[in-house]
Design a binder for this molecule. Structure first.
Ligand SMILES: [Zn+2]
Length: 486
């Protein structure tokens, strides 16, 4: 057998001011055929798992290019077309093939393309014809369009959020592909649309139980190959935005339809209960001040660069300053210009500095202060599980008992080591103000006396009922209360 594999992925927040070009891919991951490293980057796991599977089966794996850009705004048209056509050209050169196994994200939007993955999969199908197996792994924060479902034989999404299972799901994808190529099964996709959009962390109830149920069903139900929940991505203003259920069966569409609908209706019944309750900035600061010990972690949950925002909002910091609160460390605020100024001034300098809130509306105002530059670090990085996440050249500045880390590469606050990287002991501060929705929890909960989830300003379109969508569907909860009525 000859199998072609490639990856093209990013998560597009169409409301984000951070435009994406080829350099954004090169900065995160851009690997030409055969140059992909041994360890996968989220959406590229089908390539590394494919190497193992094809070696074991004695099959030929033909690798195409793999690219990943960190979540941000719209992808430039020329960039998408260049990366897409590069892969399609490699596929043409690889023909004949028995299968195409892709690593995609599923929420990529480019100028002029609302459905990049649908476009790419349809072009792949056109090249290989109807009889070659086409399948892909997806991030659940994606849009499941009809075009993709039509073009692909099957799709498998990560089940966990945080996405701890992207390699396991790539193994599922390949296992189903292998059985299909050996003629043992005939995968058929059933899709159900529960007419909703929500955020579904699987680290807490009720989503934990729901996902455990999916694993249990996959084990117990004969003829069921895989279940996926496409969470949807509310920051992508596209015509088919929303939550979807995929049930993949061995030629049992009736079983798949029944399961997908049952699970979809169960999810709809639990709408609005999945996220941790959040307070506004005033409540967050009061709650932190009232704490009898520290550190109290205030998570600025919606100004999360991991969701494509700039990560430079100052709403909560301004509240802390206004109340004269000290013993605070902020990590981080993205401001490459301010970082450049600090590097020019040098360590121990005292300078007037304007920083933060320069990139988008509803994120507060820039802060003007006479600051002391304490420490400058080139190419700073923090821990993230077993790996490291870079946050660029960084400056530790302080004023009025408040320490702020300014960074030049957008990064969410994964781990307390972002503070120690600049010489601040995170355990020594009463309040730690960070930017992350969900991924921070594992590491920060180990040092936090208390964690406060704060929704401050409007850096991210997190209230779909209030978001000025132009293309997203109207008849979904919570844009309407009852999309199943009338
Ligand atoms: Zn995701």
């Amino acid at each position: 057998m000859r199998v072609f594999t490639a990856a093209l992925a990013t998560e597009t927040n169409t409301f984000s001011p951070i435009a994406v070009d080829k350099r954004a891919f090169e900065a995160s991951l851009y690997a030409r055929p055969g140059e992909h490293p041994a360890t996968p980057t989220l959406c590229t796991a089908p390539i590394t798992v494919g190497r193992e599977v094809c070696a074991r089966e004695g099959w030929t794996l033909i690798e195409g290019s793999a690219s990943w850009a960190d979540p941000a705004g719209l992808v430039a048209r020329a960039t998408y077309e260049e990366l897409r056509d590069e892969i399609l050209e490699q596929l043409r050169a690889a023909l004949p093939v028995d299968a195409v196994v892709m690593g995609l994200h599923g929420a990529m939007v480019a100028q002029g393309y609302d459905d990049c993955e649908g476009d790419l999969l349809a072009r792949v199908r056109e090249i290989v014809g109807p009889d070659v197996l086409v399948c892909a792994e997806l991030d659940p924060h994606s849009h499941l369009t009809r075009k993709r479902v039509t073009a692909a034989d099957f799709l498998v999404a990560f089940k966990e959020f945080p996405h701890t299972d992207f390699v396991d799901r790539a193994r599922d994808l390949w296992a189903i592909a292998v059985r299909t190529l050996k003629g043992e099964i005939k995968p058929v996709m059933s899709v159900f649309d529960p007419r909703m959009i929500d955020v579904f962390p699987t680290s807490r109830q009720p989503m934990r139980g729901f996902v455990d149920q999916l694993y249990a069903l996959e084990k117990s139900e004969p003829n069921l190959l895989s279940l996926s929940v496409i969470h949807g991505f509310m920051a992508g203003d596209v015509p088919e935005m929303g939550t979807k259920i995929i049930a993949l069966t061995d030629d049992r569409e009736d079983l798949g339809d029944t399961l997908a609908e049952r699970l979809g209706r169960e999810l709809f019944a639990k709408r609005g209960t999945f996220m941790v309750p959040q307070v506004n900035e005033a409540e967050a600061v009061e709650q932190a001040m009232a704490a009898t010990s520290g550190p109290v972690v205030i998570a600025d949950v919606w100004d999360n660069p991991g969701g494509g925002t700039a990560g430079d909002a100052t709403v909560i910091l301004a509240d802390l300053i206004r109340r004269g609160i000290s013993d605070v460390a902020v990590g981080t605020i993205w401001d490459p210009i301010a970082v450049q100024i600090c590097f020019a001034a040098g360590e121990d300098a005292e300078i007037p500095l304007r920083f933060g809130a320069k990139s988008a509306p509803h994120t507060g105002n820039p802060i003007d202060r006479l600051v002391r530059v304490n420490r400058l670090v080139r190419d700073a990085q923090m821990r993230f599980g077993d790996s490291y996440a870079p946050f660029g050249d960084a400056a530790w500045i302080s004023f009025d008992g408040i320490d702020v880390i300014l960074n030049s590469t957008r990064a969410q606050s994964f781990d307390p080591s972002l503070f120690s990287a600049l010489g601040i002991d995170p355990k020594s501060r009463k309040i730690l103000l960070i930017k992350s929705t969900n991924h921070f929890y594992d590491s920060f909960s180990k040092i936090a006396f208390e964690i406060i989830y704060c929704a401050a300003g409007k850096p991210y379109p997190n209230k779909p009922a209030e978001t000025a969508y132009r293309k997203a569907p109207r008849n979904i909860w919570p844009i309407v209360e009852d999309p199943w009525g009338a």
